[in-house]
Design a protein around this ligand. Structure first.
Ligand code: NAP
Length: 255
């Protein structure tokens, strides 16, 4: 990939206010895309968009809560009004939905599905409607998880919502294949971010880490090659793919 690999692209990233989302924003910008950073914490996305703008990147920050499905379409229209027609959507917004199945609250269960599954679906649909109307060969990349296909103990609501994301990815890919839109999912293994950083120092976290085949967490940059493949021209013949990049963490058997 070169500096201009994505030049001419307009990318929208959800959940861009930290962690992997902020990393993906930088990667898109480094490869020449204009980027709309969206999330609920506006101060965070404004700070990154401001730094990118100073560096000569076309970048804007717009508040978007993906759990508010009705708001997504008008926000995408606003973004397109400022940056031009979008051709890339990165559905990165996600919440943990922690709790043993015996105890998980209705609120946490609903939040996991409202953001991870429903938010992904309606953001993808609103983006696809606009790409199809503009005759654009779009790329929609859903940041799922190894939880889409692997049981992560104590995370049943998260796993269910991420499995839903994987099947929604394949369903949307099928429906929009002939419209030129690629819909794929990237399933990362564990990377330390705000979603899990209080877990790793605990006894349970240390035990889990020692059971990973490589006894380590991944770095966000370990996702870069797969991410770039799936948002760019190289994904011309990839749609409905569920791509796992997990350092072997979801392979069976500890130790
Ligand atoms: P993170 O630092 O907690 O980031 C989560 C992001 O989602 C935040 O920017 C947050 O922004 C946003 N978000 C949450 N609720 C939202 C809502 N209702 N509307 C819009 N944005 C919302 O965690 P992360 O690790 O970077 O997670 C990013 C994605 O990667 C998630 O989908 C996660 O499931 C997935 N993932 C992470 C790992 C990992 O090990 N870190 C592994 C596999 C998959 P605001 O609070 O500002 O809205």
């Amino acid at each position: 990939m070169s500096e201009g690999y994505l030049s001419g692209s307009v990318a929208v990233v959800t959940g861009a206010s930290g962690g992997l989302g902020a990393h993906f924003v930088q990667l898109l910008a480094d490869n020449g895309a204009a980027v709309a950073l969206t999330a609920r914490r506006v101060d965070k996305i404004q700070a990154q968009a401001g730094a990118l703008t100073k560096a000569g990147v076309r970048a804007i920050a717009v508040r978007m809560d993906v759990a508010d499905a009705a708001s997504i379409g008008p926000i995408l229209d606003q973004i397109q009004g400022e940056l031009g027609p979008m051709n890339i959507l990165v559905n990165n917004a996600g919440v943990g939905g922690e709790g043993l199945a015996l105890n998980v609250s209705v609120e946490d269960f609903d939040a996991a599905f409202a953001v991870n599954a429903r938010g992904t679906f309606f953001a993808a649909r609103e983006a696809a409607r606009r790409m199809i109307a503009a005759g654009i060969e779009g790329r929609i990349l859903n940041i799922a998880s190894i939880a889409s296909h692997t049981v992560l103990p104590g995370l049943s609501a998260y796993c269910g919502s991420k499995a839903a994301m994987a099947m929604l990815t394949r369903s949307m890919a099928r429906e929009w294949a002939r419209r030129g839109i690629a819909v794929n999912a990237l399933c990362p293994g564990y990377i330390e971010t705000a979603i899990n950083d209080t877990w790793w120092p605990t006894e349970g976290g240390q035990r889990q880490l020692k059971d990973f085949p490589r006894r380590r967490l991944m770095d966000a940059s370990d996702l870069d090659a797969a991410f770039m493949m799936l948002v760019g021209p190289a994904a011309r013949a990839m749609t409905g793919s569920i791509v796992t990049v997990d350092d072997g963490q979801s392979l069976p058997g500890g130790g």
